[in-house]
Design a protein around this ligand. Structure first.
Ligand SMILES: NC(=O)C1=CN([C@@H]2O[C@H](COP(=O)(O)OP(=O)(O)OC[C@H]3O[C@@H](n4cnc5c(N)ncnc54)[C@H](OP(=O)(O)O)[C@@H]3O)[C@@H](O)[C@H]2O)C=CC1
Ligand SMILES: O=C(O)[C@@H]1CCC=N1
Length: 291
């Protein structure tokens, strides 16, 4: 039985938690054109947070309850430390008609479903480049195997009462702000440590590369522009060339040249190990948020 394709623009999207992650997703969704800003809402009392969303047409209520009542899809984008209280507070409004999403680091789906009194809940780990349509987002689906017409049909059951259409809806929504993957929930702490937190590691690298340029005599603006574009170009080469980053690195490092002199410095001070440690530490912190 074929179902009609999901029309994203017939849904209304609400954010509980009008912070950096919510704003990044909302900006990316609006920029992609898949949803008009008038069909997006959030709530905050702080004038700065209100104007941040109103500046691109998103409705800002004063209460969370109004957001839930106004939305078909509700994204919980508050900090992990408060998500339980917020979900419990809104529980009476979280009917099965609402598709619920959590972007909170470390908070397990089973707990979210319990607090909401609804199994129509999906976990998502996005990152802030959603704002420019370049997010790395991982979705957690509860996969249930059903016998269907004498063959296996892997049904993306998103948690009990969630449906395959819910999966398509969430995939389309987050697919509009970048690349999406699906993974088992047991990987989510590592995913959070890598791609959830990863933009911050790269921002530090860009800042440090620019500082290196300044130390070598470049004007700050030129150094920052070159550093940013070099990281963007290198990442694009990995994503588009199909080559391993090690091969791409070797293609830059001429024998006895400048690059290998720089790489030698990085290796002397354990550059790789430092990045690995950052991901592992962030994943460990994510695990601390689960009950
Ligand atoms: N930032 C990122 O790069 C990523 C964040 N996430 C996840 O997204 C979630 C939000 O993170 P982030 O956007 O960075 O955090 P922010 O602090 O920027 O945003 C959280 C927002 O929630 C608001 N808030 C606090 N309590 C309530 C409440 N009871 N009801 C409604 N809103 C409330 C805060 O308001 P106030 O400031 O007034 O307290 C704030 O505006 C977290 O769970 C995080 O793990 C996931 C991936 C990446
Ligand atoms: O720093 C944090 O906890 C959030 C989750 C992943 C990125 N930012």
């Amino acid at each position: 039985m074929t179902t009609a394709p999901i029309q994203l623009d017939t849904y209304k999207l609400g954010f509980i938690g009008a912070g950096k992650m919510a704003e990044s997703i909302a900006r990316g969704v609006v920029q992609s054109g898949v949803l008009h800003p008038s069909r997006i809402s959030t709530a905050h009392s702080n004038p700065l947070r209100r104007s941040a969303f109103e500046s691109f047409g998103v409705k800002v209520f004063s209460q969370n309850q109004q957001v839930v009542e106004d939305s078909d899809v509700v994204i919980f984008s508050v900090k992990p430390q408060v998500v339980k209280d917020v979900v419990l507070q809104l529980q009476p409004l979280l009917s099965k008609k609402k598709l619920l999403v959590s972007v909170a680091a470390g908070v397990k789906l089973k707990d979210l479903q319990t607090w909401a009194g609804s199994e129509r809940f999906v976990r998502v780990m996005p990152n802030t480049p959603a704002a420019v349509g370049e997010a790395a987002t991982v979705l957690f689906f509860l996969c249930t195997l059903f016998f269907h017409c004498a063959c296996f049909c892997l049904v993306m059951s998103l948690g009990g009462a969630a449906t395959e259409a819910d999966g398509e809806l969430i995939s389309k929504l987050f697919g509009s702000v970048g690349k999406i993957w699906k993974a088992d929930e047991k990987l989510f702490d590592a995913i959070t440590g890598l791609s959830g937190s990863g933009p911050a590691y790269v921002y530090i690298a860009i800042e440090a590369l620019a500082d290196g340029g300044v130390a070598a005599g470049l004007p700050r603006e030129l150094a920052l522009g070159l550093a940013s574009q070099t990281v963007l170009g290198a990442a694009s080469m990995v994503c588009q060339s199909g080559k391993h980053p090690g091969q791409l690195k070797d293609e830059v490092a001429s024998p006895g040249g400048t690059t290998i002199a720089g790489i030698h410095e990085l290796e002397k001070d354990g550059f790789r190990g430092l990045l690995m440690n950052a991901v592992v530490a962030a994943a460990k912190r994510s695990r601390e948020f689960s009950n």
